[in-house]
Write a protein that binds this ligand. Structure first.
Ligand code: CP
Length: 297
């Protein structure tokens, strides 16, 4: 059974196949799904992009989406995640997409027989975000080998930083981190820490991160203005970036904090393209998880 809990679930061939498939699925097309398969999206943490792009992908694939609202479910009566997913399985759901604040929540779901697609687990992993990031980089540069990718900002609390650093290193890119020293993470050993000045000189891709205030125990002593001035991608810094380099951000972004308002939609920015790619990537993942290759027309 195909699962996507982390990108470690994929072989190099499977990863390559998913990216190729996603690229071909970028052309918006409604499919008719003969199998009448159904899927439920369980979001225990807020989401705009991941949830709606899964919903759009499911709609475009002709899947039935079982509405599931955590706030109005028996989770509120204390039902566990395992029992919730076993219930969905028992009533005929074919796959579940889950975002949950607990890191590696999927380890509790070993007894489940339907595919679990991880839409983010605490500060752990965000595999479909990483796939859409890879697709965006591949569209731009065609390859990953020897690209300089700088991940900037709140690295310690970011599941995107963790997943991307690991896979990009595996694919031969050179990964660097920049940001406040207290938010660098000594456990992420895939890259070297550089200053913002150095980052601007070397980066083919600057991947900015949102400050994950909801995962912070302390305020950190910064203001929006001081953060922007010291670590943000200001207009002045954007101008100093290498020719041909691009800006990415998983979003949501904070205009005027990690990125200047005008830089969000500047020529180098691929931020909204990432979101478009997100639908295609999620369609490719759902097709694989539900073995839809033979079943859609
Ligand atoms: N990038 C991302 O995961 O965004 P959402 O939290 O809005 O899903």
């Amino acid at each position: 059974m195909f699962q996507l809990r982390t990108l470690d679930d994929l072989t190099a061939t499977e990863l390559d196949h998913l990216l190729t498939e996603a690229n071909s699925l970028l052309v918006k097309k409604e499919f008719e799904c003969h199998s009448q398969k159904s899927v439920a999206n369980l979001f225990f943490e807020p989401s705009t992009r991941t949830k709606t792009s899964f919903e759009m992908a499911e709609h475009q694939l002709g899947l039935h989406v079982l509405p599931f609202d955590v706030e109005h479910s028996s989770v509120k009566k204390g039902e566990t995640l395992y029992d919730t997913v076993k219930t969905l399985e028992a009533i005929g759901c074919d796959a579940v997409v889950i975002r949950h604040p607990e890191q590696a929540y999927y380890k509790d779901l070993e007894g489940v027989s339907i595919p679990v697609i991880n839409a983010g687990d605490g500060a752990g992993d965000h595999p479909t975000q990483s796939l859409l990031d890879l697709l965006t980089i591949q569209q731009e540069f065609l390859f990953f080998q020897n690209l300089n990718i700088v991940i900037a900002g709140d690295v310690r609390h970011s599941r995107v930083a963790r997943t991307n650093a690991r896979i990009l290193r595996k694919l031969g890119a050179r990964v660097y981190f920049t940001g406040p020293p207290q938010w660098m993470d000594e456990d992420i050993t895939e890259g070297k820490v550089v200053s913002m000045d150095e980052a601007l000189e070397i980066a083919d891709v600057i991947m900015l991160l949102r400050i994950q205030v909801e995962r912070h125990e302390e305020t950190g002593g910064w203001t929006k203005e001081s953060y922007h001035e010291t670590y943000g991608l200001t207009e002045e810094r954007e101008i100093r970036m290498k020719s041909g380099s691009i800006i990415m951000h998983p979003a949501p972004f904070n205009r005027g904090v990690e990125i200047a308002d005008t830089v969000v939609e500047c020529e180098r920015s691929r931020i909204f393209k990432q979101m478009t790619n997100g639908v295609a990537v999620r369609k490719a993942v759902l097709k694989r998880a539900l073995s839809l290759e033979e079943e859609i027309v």
